[in-house]
Design a protein around this ligand. Structure first.
Ligand code: ADP
Length: 248
């Protein structure tokens, strides 16, 4: 029987790009409140898997079950987002001439009806959420700053904050700490852990030190399939993983 605590379940997902199978029967189960790192050599299919989950790429076969019953592969990308799957791509997509606070306001209003968006002022509840969100992403002191003046790391956190404003159940992140300083990377890991207290997160990551420091469970992909899964120590000592990474 399927456990209620499974928020997402990818079953035998196959993706065919004009005859090239980027995913060849990938399986992955994500529990509620889990921070999962997805690793594997270039071309393993990690990004493609996130693309399938968020509906950007449609699989040739297989299913992605959300909350045990909703098959996401039959839904459109915008509908999947509405259902509670948030995707963040690697490149920042912020508006340099809007403030940090304005970004979060826009993200919050995207959830509401057009009428509410046009008329509503921020309720005190909205203000509380805004304050909590600014604090969580470490930008409390910079709420009134233009986003263009933020550091690379701060821009990434702002984007994560925008995702969170839409209250997704699952966050899909592609190398969230890429290009960050050591200190920013550390803060990002702490932020991801905090997010995973309530939501479920899948992070595609190449920085193995980051993975070692913050992962509880790691999924290793190779040639479009699940190669190994477990703790960082478990997968690092796995013969097949060593073979794939070191060519042994
Ligand atoms: P990873 O994220 O693990 O590096 P990707 O999911 O980006 O791997 O890619 C898996 C394989 O699929 C790669 O060989 C890549 O070249 C190929 N691929 C990805 N997207 C497309 C596409 N739109 N058309 C054709 N091939 C693609």
């Amino acid at each position: 029987a399927r456990k209620v605590s499974d928020i997402l379940r990818c079953e035998a997902v196959v993706v065919d790009f004009d005859g090239f199978k980027a995913l060849q029967g990938m399986n992955l189960t994500l529990r509620q409140g889990e921070l999962r790192f997805l690793i594997g050599p270039n071309g393993a299919g990690k990004t493609t898997l996130l693309d399938v989950i968020c509906g950007k790429v449609k699989p040739a076969s297989g299913r992605v079950l959300f909350r045990g019953e909703i098959d996401l592969t039959r839904k459109r990308e915008h509908r999947i987002a509405e259902l509670g799957i948030g995707r963040k791509f690697q490149a920042p997509s912020i508006f340099p001439s809007l403030t940090v606070r304005e970004h979060l306001e826009i993200a919050m209003r995207q959830n509401r009806s057009v009428f509410a968006t046009l008329t509503a002022r921020m309720s005190s509840e909205d203000e509380d959420r805004m304050a909590a969100q600014l604090k969580m992403i470490g930008l409390e002191a910079k709420a009134g700053r233009l986003a263009g003046s933020l550091s690379h790391g701060e821009k990434q956190w702002l984007e994560i904050g925008m995702m969170l404003m839409q209250e997704p159940d699952v966050l899909l992140l592609d190398e969230p700490a890429a290009g960050m300083t050591d200190r920013e990377t550390e803060k990002t890991g702490i932020l991801l852990r905090e997010i995973a207290r309530r939501q479920s997160v899948i992070v595609v990551e190449h920085d193995m030190e980051f993975v070692r420091n913050f992962a509880s469970t790691v999924t290793v992909m190779h040639e479009g399939r699940l190669l190994a899964e477990g703790s960082v120590d478990e997968v690092q000592n796995d013969e097949r993983v060593m073979e794939v990474y070191l060519g042994r």
